[in-house]
Write a protein that binds this ligand. Sequence first.
Ligand SMILES: [Zn+2]
Ligand SMILES: [Zn+2]
Length: 255
Amino acid sequence: MPGPLIAVLVGLATCQLGLYLTTVVLHRAMSHKALTLGRRPLFAARALIWLTTGIKPREWVAVHRKHHAFTDVEGDPHSPVVSGFFTVQLANVILYKRVADDPETVRRYARDLPPDRWDRVLFDRGWLGLGLGVGIFFLVFWGNWHLVVIASAVHVGTYLLASSAINAIGHRFGRRPFPGLATNNQWLAWLVAGEGLHSNHHAAPTSARLSFAAREIDPGWWVIAALRRLGWAQVRHDEVHLKAAAAVPATSSAP
Ligand SMILES: [Zn+2]
Ligand SMILES: [Zn+2]
């Protein structure tokens, strides 16, 4: 297989690793407490998040909780209704940074995640994590810089586009089985570790599983089920707990 093709595949695989870490750890575990990870698996996940994304978990959690508090109204950090579809799809990282860099937002929405000594020494240095991640690519490709650049660019580009799509497409196009503008798109769910079932998620944010019907598939849940079998994760509740506002089907709430 030609080197550049291998580099593209490595970049795509790393992107998927980042997306699974994002949905299982940053989103379902840390933001919504839908599952709890054991001490060691959580530490390993924090290290991998640092190496693959450079994201500071408490900032991600704060931005995301603010999104749930102000969904598709003024104050939503990344709503296609408020900011425009293409702004969210193509410039989500700028919208994210604007809110994540506000210490008041982080203090208010992520007070349960104060920085520990690992954050202070390592994990708060996002660029160092990403730099080490590039260093790992360098070892994988035996110092072949052009393959390192290809793999890094594919990983970063697809991770940004895919995570933006959850916020943009996931509030603009697709089925709306529950009230609100969030949507379900199974094709997107395949690409983003289950997060495409976004209407389901807004209807039941504390559910670790985002698929509610037999025809819906949530690959992120498969990972959680495996972690559970290994004794590395506990799920808060197996049944779907709908929020009161979501208990009314979207069709019957239409005027
Ligand atoms: Zn949303
Ligand atoms: Zn959420």
